[in-house]
Design a protein around this ligand. Structure first.
Ligand code: HEC
Length: 135
């Protein structure tokens, strides 16, 4: 009997490993989206670019403007802002094609990378904030 059960068990085990690895990982998804939509300006290490592009790594702006970030990603920003004591006034284009869950995953990636340890966003929270963007 064990001659049958053992191979069956290993096959089942292999299947569950494959299934587990196919589950979408929100952090990896956020990282992938960050690399394709944000890193060309804010850089892979989130440090930004001199006086033109503000940093995301350890940026006080992420904490003080938490409620604005979903709309900022979707619709961009054209303002004069202060990030870690420096002033920035270039324009950021919005990325309108991103879904609500993709915005959640990008924000949670940014807020837990490069030394950031900010509170994670929930989907219902981001959905509510996006509904109030005023666009
Ligand atoms: C074309 C360059 C560009 C791209 C692409 C871009 N940004 Fe920005 N980002 C900027 C600029 C410039 C500002 C400052 C805007 C201002 O002063 O009004 C900014 C500001 C920000 C801020 C607020 C300031 C800070 O540093 O905390 C956040 C957060 C942010 N961007 C996140 C993102 C995310 C996430 C993405 C990808 C979805 C992204 N940006 C894509 C150029 C860009």
């Amino acid at each position: 009997m064990s001659k049958i059960i053992y191979p069956l068990g290993s096959i089942l085990f292999c299947f569950s490993v494959i299934l587990y690895n196919c589950q979408p990982n929100p952090y990896r998804e956020g990282e992938r989206l960050y690399k394709s939509n944000c890193a060309n300006c804010h850089m892979d290490d989130g440090e930004g670019l001199s006086a033109l592009i503000p940093p995301l790594a350890r940026a006080d702006y992420l904490k003080t403007n938490r409620d604005k970030l979903p709309c900022l990603i979707r619709h961009g920003l054209k303002d004069t802002i202060s990030v870690n004591g420096k002033t920035y006034a270039e324009q950021m284009p919005g990325v309108e094609v991103l879904s609500e869950i993709q915005i959640v995953n990008i924000l949670n990636f940014v807020n837990s990378s490069w030394g950031n340890q900010n509170e994670a966003y929930r989907l219902d929270e981001v959905r509510n904030l996006l509904a109030k963007c005023g666009h």
